[in-house]
Write a protein that binds this ligand. Structure first.
Ligand SMILES: Cc1ncc(COP(=O)(O)O)c(C=O)c1O
Length: 389
C-alpha cells in the first residue's frame, strides 16, 4: 500500500513541537546500569519522598464511597472552594471559586494558558534558561518564543531588558518562579517591574508557580497578587512538587474572564476534567492540617546546602539556588559543550545530570543537578566527582 506524503503528515501546528532531550539521558543511564554500573542519579525532576498518608487515605475513602462518577468538568465545588481559600490566604490572590479550575497537572494549565491567548505569529517573552516544554507549548499555538536572558534582566534591569526583546507582536510573558532549571526566585521588586511592564504594554502574564512551596532564600511572590495583575494573569499550580504527587496528575489554575472560559473549553474538549476520586484526595491536601510542606522544605534545604558546597569544592562554580530543587553549576571547566560535559561526568564518575543546553541557549555551559534525592546519593555522587574529575 502506498503512503502518500500529502495524507501521511501531521498537521502544521505540530511542526515546531518536539520531545524532551532528557529521554536520551535516561536511555544512557539504563545502558550503563544494564552493564552493571552504579549510577549516581541527579537527572530527575520529581520529589524523592512519597505522597503524604492523609492524601492517600482520602483516595481510598473516595473509592470506597463510590465517588467515581463524572464530576463537573471544571472540578468539584468543594475542592475549588478550598483552593480559592488557599489562594487568598497564602498567595494573596483575590480569587473566588469561579476563578479556579482543576486540571491534570501543571502541564494542562500551561497548555491551556497558551492555547487560549496565543495566535499564530504572536510572540511570548520567556525568561531563560527556561523549562523546555514551554517552547513546545508555544509552538503548538504557532506562536514564537522570544528568550529573555534572566542574567541580563538582573544586570540591566527588567524594564530595559524586556523592552529590548519586545515587538509589536509581543502578546504574553511566561513568568516562572521559583525557576526550573536555575533555582532563581524572583524578588518582589522584580515581580513589580514585570507587572508594570505587562500593564504598560498590555500583555498577558502566564505565571508558573509549580515550585511555590520550595523557597529557601527570600519570599515567594505570586505576580497575580500585585495591583492590577489579577485580570491579566493566568497562574498555573500543581500538587506534583509540593505534595510529591507527580503521578497523580493534579493541578489547578486561577484566572478571571475571558481566560477562565478559554480554560474551561480547552479542558472540556481534551480530558473533560480530572478523575473524580483524585479530586477528593486532593481536597485532603488543602483541608487536613499537616506539617508536610515545611518538613519537606527543610529536608530539601539540607540537601541543597550539601550539594552546593560539594559542587563548589570540586571546582564546578554554582550560584545558590534560592528555590526549586535544582543546582545549575558552570561546567565549562569540563567542557564548554554541556552535552559533552554531561557525557564526561557520566563516563568518568557515573554521575547523571541534564545538559544545560536542553533548557535553551542560555543554559549552555551548565549542567542541571537535582537535589531531590537522598543525602546518601548526594554524598556518593560528590565523592565520585572528587575522585574522578
Ligand atoms: C517549571 C515547571 N512547571 C510545571 C511543571 C509541571 O508539572 P506537572 O505537570 O507534573 O504538574 C513542571 C514539572 O516538572 C515544572 O518543572
Amino acid at each position: 500500500m502506498s503512503t502518500s506524503p500529502t495524507v501521511f503528515r501531521l498537521a502544521e501546528r505540530l511542526d515546531g513541537v518536539g520531545f524532551s532531550d532528557i529521554v536520551n539521558v535516561r536511555n544512557r543511564i539504563m545502558e550503563l546500569r544494564a552493564g552493571g554500573a552504579t549510577v549516581h542519579q541527579f537527572e530527575g525532576g520529581e520529589p524523592n519522598v512519597f505522597t503524604p498518608d492523609h492524601i492517600k487515605e482520602a483516595m481510598t475513602r473516595a473509592l470506597s464511597e463510590n465517588k467515581t462518577r463524572y464530576a463537573p468538568s471544571s472540578g468539584i465545588a468543594e475542592l475549588r472552594a478550598a483552593i480559592a481559600d488557599k489562594l487568598r490566604e497564602k498567595n494573596l490572590i483575590p480569587a473566588s471559586q469561579e476563578d479556579v479550575i482543576i486540571l491534570n497537572g501543571g502541564m494542562q494549565g500551561l497548555f491551556g494558558a497558551f492555547q487560549l491567548t496565543i495566535n499564530p505569529n504572536d510572540e511570548v517573552l520567556v525568561f531563560s534558561p527556561y523549562w523546555t516544554p514551554i517552547k513546545d507549548l508555544i509552538s503548538h499555538c504557532q506562536g514564537r518564543t522570544v528568550l529573555v536572558p534572566t542574567n541580563e534582566a538582573r544586570r540591566d534591569g527588567f524594564a530595559a531588558t524586556l523592552t529590548r526583546y519586545s515587538t509589536a507582536q509581543t502578546r504574553a510573558i511566561y513568568y516562572n518562579t521559583p525557576t526550573n532549571p536555575s533555582g532563581v526566585v524572583f524578588t518582589r521588586a522584580e515581580a513589580e517591574e514585570v507587572s508594570r511592564f505587562a500593564q504598560e504594554r498590555d500583555l498577558v502574564v502566564v505565571a508558573d508557580e509549580a515550585y511555590e512551596d520550595l523557597v529557601y532564600d527570600g519570599e515567594h511572590v505570586s505576580i497575580a497578587s500585585l495591583d492590577g495583575m489579577m485580570e491579566r494573569t493566568i497562574t498555573s499550580y500543581t500538587l506534583s512538587k509540593s505534595y510529591a504527587m507527580t503521578g497523580w496528575r493534579l493541578g489547578y489554575a486561577v484566572a478571571t474572564e475571558p481566560w477562565m472560559t478559554g480554560m474551561r473549553k480547552t479542558l472540556l474538549y481534551s480530558t473533560n476534567g480530572v478523575s473524580t476520586p483524585t479530586q477528593w484526595a486532593a481536597l485532603a491536601a488543602f483541608t487536613t492540617p499537616s506539617d508536610f510542606l515545611e518538613k519537606n522544605r527543610v529536608a530539601y534545604l539540607e540537601r541543597r546546602n550539601l550539594l552546593l558546597a560539594g559542587l563548589n569544592e570540586v571546582g564546578l562554580p554554582c550560584e545558590s539556588p534560592a528555590g526549586a530543587f535544582y543546582a545549575f553549576p558552570d561546567v565549562t571547566r569540563i567542557h564548554a559543550d554541556s552535552r559533552k560535559a554531561a557525557d564526561i561526568l557520566l563516563d568518568r564518575a557515573q554521575v547523571a545530570t541534564v545538559p544545560g543546553i536542553v533548557f535553551g541557549e542560555h543554559g549552555e555551559g551548565h549542567l542541571r543537578f537535582s537535589f531531590s534525592t537522598s543525602l546518601e546519593t548526594i554524598e556518593a555522587g560528590l565523592d565520585s566527582l572528587r575522585r574522578n574529575l
